[in-house]
Design a protein around this ligand. Structure first.
Ligand SMILES: [Zn+2]
Length: 406
């Protein structure tokens, strides 16, 4: 079996903004040899926990303190030779969390060099934030000349996926079927700048007829979410509903929702019978209303209702509604409690061809080791299902049009 891990990272901790705690601490500790011993000591200090959380955190910090090359090597060592890896770059310079020590261009250069060494098994994705000066040229250069295979978005850092500065790039991606991976777990990353600037950014929302303030207020009270208020507010930027707007403009964009909604929403899946009855086709309804623009009042109601729904519930509907929408199970499925849910989803004929294997290496080290995640999952869903999500589906998702022509 030719395994594809469709969601990994190899950026070093010097690509993380300085004000991001615990990352400042991260850099301080990472340089110190006593880190492991210190972690063990902290574990012992916490007598109620049989958990090795500090140990795992120490491992996470240790991996991040190394160069990309070494981080990738460690990843490769977990899998059989020939395994392919989607490696997602990250640009956190505009999330209002302070200076990023390593320039983003340098991170891309390192990935490009790694790609030259490893060839086919490494599929780097270029991160796109419209606030970066001339991001369009940078991304196009990466895709056309530097061996990059796709685009990574993380809207929760403070921008909308349909930002006008991305128009040309999105058209290009649609034409050439370039795969796009947006962050799609509610209440994780966020924009850390001032409140005034945050509202300034939120007001760029193109869903003009919704009551923005009320929708965001609802998001901050969502019973499923356990993030900070700021994270809950920022989930608005990358909400699946925003992608309905995007897909209305570019219906053939090839998108894979990272984390498939995230563990917070997987814990509340499936929704209640009443919710399924009421909202079981809300994606199809919004899609039609956006297209015709014939009933703005009904569209407003449906959009506002959708913002309040379970992300997995919405993504599942989007995978049915759009041939070109996929989702990866990275991070989320590091919790074996969700294996039965995944098996159920994979038993569905349509969804079966849309789910992709990914782990979120090495972010997921704070939860479990790469090796444990991969082997537990493979065992938990069985060989046939694993082949489907790790080989069959990724081959379709990762094939871009230019390569088909070549
Ligand atoms: Zn990730």
């Amino acid at each position: 079996m030719l395994i594809h891990n469709c969601h990994t990272h190899t950026f070093s901790s010097n690509s993380v903004p300085e004000n991001l705690l615990p990352c400042g601490l991260v850099r301080f500790l990472a340089r110190r040899r006593f880190l492991r011993r210190f972690a063990r000591f902290l574990n012992r200090l916490n007598p109620l926990s049989s958990d090795d959380i500090f140990d795992r955190f120490a491992t996470f910090l240790r991996i991040g303190s190394r160069p990309q090359k070494a981080i990738f090597k460690d990843l490769q060592n977990v899998y059989p030779a020939g395994t392919k890896f989607v490696v997602l770059s990250i640009d956190q310079a505009y999330r209002g969390a302070g200076n990023v020590p390593q320039p983003f261009e340098k991170q891309l250069e390192e990935l490009e060099e790694l790609k030259q060494i490893h060839g086919d098994v490494l599929l780097p994705f270029v991160f796109v934030d419209p606030r970066r000066n001339d991001v369009m040229s940078l991304a196009l250069d990466c895709l056309e000349n530097r061996g990059f295979a796709g685009i990574k978005l993380y809207s929760q850092y403070g921008y909308f996926p349909y930002d006008e500065r991305l128009t040309e790039l999105l058209k290009y991606a649609e034409t050439h079927q370039i795969p796009i991976i947006p962050h799609a777990a509610a209440a994780f990353g966020d924009y850390r700048g001032s409140k005034a600037e945050l509202w300034n950014l939120l007001n760029q929302c193109k869903l003009e007829n919704i009551d923005l303030k009320a929708v965001i207020e609802t998001l901050t009270k969502d019973y499923r979410r356990w993030g900070t208020i700021r994270q809950k507010i920022c989930s608005f930027f990358g909400h699946p509903v925003q992608y309905l707007y995007l897909l209305n403009q570019y219906p053939n964009l090839k998108i894979s929702f990272a984390h498939m909604g995230g563990n917070q929403d997987w814990s509340y899946y499936p929704p209640s019978k009443e919710e399924i009855e009421k909202y079981g086709n809300i994606v199809g309804e919004i899609k039609a209303l956006l297209k015709t623009q014939e009933n703005p009042q009904l569209l407003k109601e449906k959009l506002e209702a959708a913002f309040n729904l379970n992300w997995l519930f919405l993504i599942e509907q989007m995978m049915r509604e759009y041939n070109n929408v996929y989702a990866d199970i990275s991070f989320t499925l590091s919790n074996p409690q969700f294996f039965p849910t995944l098996n159920n989803l994979l038993a569905d004929n349509t969804l079966r061809s849309k789910i992709l294997f990914g782990t979120d290496y090495y972010m997921v080290e704070v939860d479990t080791s790469e090796e444990n995640f991969y082997s537990a999952l493979r065992q938990g869903i069985g060989e046939e299902n694993f082949r489907q999500i790790a080989e069959t589906n990724p081959q379709v998702f990762l094939e871009s049009r230019s390569r088909i022509l070549a």
